[in-house]
Design a protein around this ligand. Structure first.
Ligand SMILES: [Zn+2]
Length: 99
């Protein structure tokens, strides 16, 4: 549960930071032509269109199916780095015992 809350908080913060960085258009509506013929009234995203009409597709922690980052490239590299660190440390300790 705590992990889910942390993911949600990170999602909100990430979205807020992206919003701050982008030149957010001061357009009140999406404006894409709907099947009914009129302009779409939804709130636009950073690219000027809503989620239904070309807004950003979510990836990483923002994606709806994101569960955890245990097998991301960065996490796997971190695991390898930790394993190497442990190997190096044990090798050094064994060397100290010999000397
Ligand atoms: Zn739209």
């Amino acid at each position: 549960m705590a992990n889910r809350t942390a993911v949600k908080v990170a999602r909100v913060l990430n979205g807020w930071q992206k919003l701050q960085k982008s030149n957010y258009p001061m357009q009140a509506i999406c404006g894409a032509k709907t099947r009914a013929g009129g302009p779409c009234q939804k709130h636009p995203m950073a690219n000027g269109r809503c989620m239904l009409h070309g807004g950003k597709s979510l990836s990483g922690i923002n994606h709806g199916r994101y569960v955890s980052g245990d097998f991301t490239r960065e996490a796997l590299q971190a695991k390898k780095r930790d394993a190497l660190l442990i190997l190096a440390t044990t090798a050094l300790l064994e060397l100290e015992e010999i000397l």
